[in-house]
Design a protein. Structure first.
Length: 166
């Protein structure tokens, strides 16, 4: 018996077979689907974290505006605690850079020279939080900075109340 007819018959059966096509298609599509799914979740996490950072910074600025804590060092410490509480552990404050810069008025922006600190009565204070988000999905790291992390920042500018220092 010749091997050629058996081979032709085997090839013919293989090309006509439809068993397992769904599994093969699923195996081809699954990696791309999972990448899109986790990428979407990561974008949502980044947006949620940035929203929490802005809200936490705004709450910290509200505390700083009142001058409830007259000691500047303790006030800055309390401001950092408030930001950390409002970010619910998504931003590690020790890895973040939180700066408070005092200006005499609102005419400038937070890139010029200013005095570090939470300021005194009637001072304008720029609160700024800078943080590097580490991507969970390495494919999206190409959208980040040179080290593959996404730089995030939030800024709030306020004028301190005219509280009296007694």
């Amino acid at each position: 018996m010749s091997i050629m007819p058996q081979t032709k018959q085997l090839i013919h059966q293989f090309t006509r077979a439809r068993d397992g096509i769904a599994a093969a298609e699923f195996a081809l599509i699954l990696p791309a689907f999972l990448l899109m799914l986790f990428g979407t979740l990561e974008v949502a996490m980044v947006m949620f974290t940035l929203s929490l950072a802005e809200g936490g910074l705004r709450e910290a600025a509200r505390f700083g505006v009142t001058g409830q804590e007259p000691d500047p060092a303790k006030r800055q410490e309390k401001i950092l605690e408030i930001v950390e509480q409002h970010t619910h552990g998504l931003i590690e404050i020790s890895d973040a850079n939180v700066t408070m810069t005092v200006y005499p008025d609102f005419t400038g922006d937070d890139t010029g020279p200013g005095t570090p600190g939470a300021g005194d009565a009637n001072d304008v204070v720029f609160y700024r939080l800078d943080y590097e988000w580490e991507f969970m999905t390495p494919v999206f790291a190409v959208f980040g900075g040179p080290d593959g992390n996404l730089p995030m920042s939030a800024t709030v500018a306020v004028r301190n109340e005219p509280y009296s220092e007694e």
